[in-house]
Design a protein around this ligand. Structure first.
Ligand code: NAD
Length: 487
């Protein structure tokens, strides 16, 4: 068994307790992970708070912070194969995807490295002749970053990058499911030369999460996960009045009009729902297809779903691997059963295979006659696509917005004017037109409603980790008059 450690106050350490991490492809324990206690969390936050207030971090120039981030980006790039192999081993995400994604994670650190010394304040044309007034953008303080199991390196880069660029310090809690890549990433943080306490990385479940989010020294909670946990976190933030940014789930519509390039749409749809075995917050899990092209579109999707290579995630030829946990696989099985009971028709996949590992095949449910099926309303976080048909553009829009989520959406059409009408009408944080699932450090990412609030990526995310200090400076040498002497 491999063994991993926490990274607290610049030191690597074992937890008092530990737990075994299972290989999702076999269900067999492969590594021993430390389990953070409330006491460990307190030590990490205390260290981050100390680092925030004192030299060298507190007095470091923004340019120097950027240089540390550049170094980290280079180290992530160099270590990408090892990090990818670990993520694949611990979460079951296929090696093709982890390799490509982690190489790109380095770009997020690079983007925020360059941005560190471009976070500017402002000078105000104040309405008083003897005053200079300006705004300083200062780091908000200690950030609690909490991520789910999928894409942990990516989801922490979109928090650490902007937070460190802004001058904050961070306690990062890896998910208790598949924490290996982040615990390994701590070694790169150390090697990059961040002062002790600036970044602390630990893992644990709800108990550690609760201790972190209620800690009085936390100023901002950056969370990615499910809406139920987000509710806990908002309640927890009532303790310390921390700011929050919440990146939650989705039930994203993928809309195909009859003038679309169906081959492109089918390829994008397959990647949009079956990549990462569907464990993606932006999974295009609801296909809304115009009635006249339902048959050819569905035929393409069924053929592709049936031909997918399912297997060991560490093989380059595998296209769909296991789910991260047995719990997640069982949840999907139940949701499919409930959807079928509500009238959905299985047209591809649908049955978990016998044998080891937490596999579930690419599945397509025709929900045209099952408007209440859970497959149309609940996030599966698995490789399950639900399909409904529409006739008019208005109908498509009403269906697209008929969800409490609002994270992502896709529109496939060759009509420019229709695309613009859909862009305006869809209530979601992201609209992809004739493409799907594209991301970049330059482009903000996030949603509304049950999909959360706040944006990650782009300049706005770095500003989110700052607070404004308003400075008033009197420029007159005249003495300030005694306010109690009547003139
Ligand atoms: P989850 O909400 O169960 O767990 C997420 C993290 O929160 C884990 O680290 C967990 O340990 C921690 N946690 C659990 N209870 C806590 C508590 N009481 N206080 C503080 N932290 C606590 O989510 P999950 O099931 O691991 O991940 C799947 C969810 O994440 C899906 O809903 C998915 O859509 C969402 N997600 C969103 C995005 C996005 O960017 N919008 C990206 C990926 C995943």
């Amino acid at each position: 068994m491999e063994r991993f450690q926490h990274y607290i106050d610049g030191q690597f350490e074992d937890g008092k307790d530990s737990f075994a991490s299972l290989d999702p492809a076999t269900g067999v324990p492969w590594a021993e992970m430390p389990l953070a206690s409330a006491h460990d969390v307190d030590r990490a936050v205390t260290s981050a708070h100390r680092a925030f207030l004192s030299a060298p971090w507190a007095t470091m120039t923004a340019t120097a912070r950027g240089k540390l981030l550049y170094r980290l980006a280079d180290l992530v790039q160099a270590a990408a194969p090892r990090l990818a192999a670990l993520e694949t081993r611990d979460t079951g995400k296929i090696i093709r995807e982890t390799s490509a994604q982690i190489a790109y994670v380095a770009e997020y650190y690079r983007y925020y490295a360059g941005l560190a010394d471009k976070i500017e304040g402002a000078h105000l044309p104040i309405d008083k002749p003897d005053m200079e007034v300006w705004l300083r953008r200062e780091p908000v303080g200690v950030v609690a970053a909490i991520v789910p199991w999928n894409s942990q390196l990516f989801l922490s880069a979109v928090k650490l990058g902007p937070a460190l660029a802004a001058g904050c310090t961070v306690v990062l809690k890896a998910s208790e499911d598949g924490p290996a890549p982040l615990l390994e990433f701590a070694r790169l943080v150390h090697e990059a030369g961040f002062p002790p306490g600036v970044v602390n990385i630990l893992t644990g479940g709800p108990e550690a999460g609760q201790a972190l989010t209620t800690h009085p020294k936390i100023a901002h909670i950056a969370f990615t996960g499910g809406p139920e946990t987000a509710r806990h976190i908002l309640r927890a933030s009532a303790e310390n009045l921390a700011r929050t940014s919440l990146e939650l789930g989705g039930k994203s519509p993928f809309i195909v009009f009859d003038d679309a390039d169906l081959d492109s749409a089918a390829n994008a749809q397959v990647a949009g729902i079956f990549a990462a075995s569907g464990q993606s917050c932006v999974a295009g899990s609801r296909l809304l297809v115009q009635r006249s092209v339902k048959k050819p579109m569905l035929a393409r999707l069924i053929a592709k779903a049936g031909a997918v290579a399912i297997g060991a995630p560490d093989r380059m030829e595998t296209e769909v691997g296991p789910l991260c946990t047995a719990r997640q696989r069982d949840r999907i099985v139940r949701l499919v059963e409930r959807s079928v009971a509500a009238g959905a028709r299985v047209v591809a996949g649908g049955v978990a295979p016998d044998g080891p590992g937490f596999f579930f095949p690419p599945t397509i449910l025709d929900c045209s006659d099952a408007p209440e099926a859970p497959a149309l309303h609940e996030e599966f976080f698995g490789p399950v696509l639900s399909v409904v048909t529409f006739d008019t553009e208005d109908e498509a829009l009403a269906m697209a917005n008929g969800t409490d989520y609002g994270l992502a959406s896709g529109v496939f059409t060759r009509s420019l004017t229709r695309a613009h009408r859909m862009i305006r009408g869809i209530r979601a944080g992201i609209v992809w037109v004739n493409t799907y699932r594209a991301v970049s450090p330059i482009a903000p990412f996030g949603g509304h409603g049950l999909s959360g609030h706040g944006r990650e990526g782009g300049m706005a995310a770095a500003l989110d980790y700052t607070t404004i200090k308003t400075v008033w400076l009197r420029t007159s040498d005249d003495p300030i008059p005694d306010p109690f002497v009547m003139r």
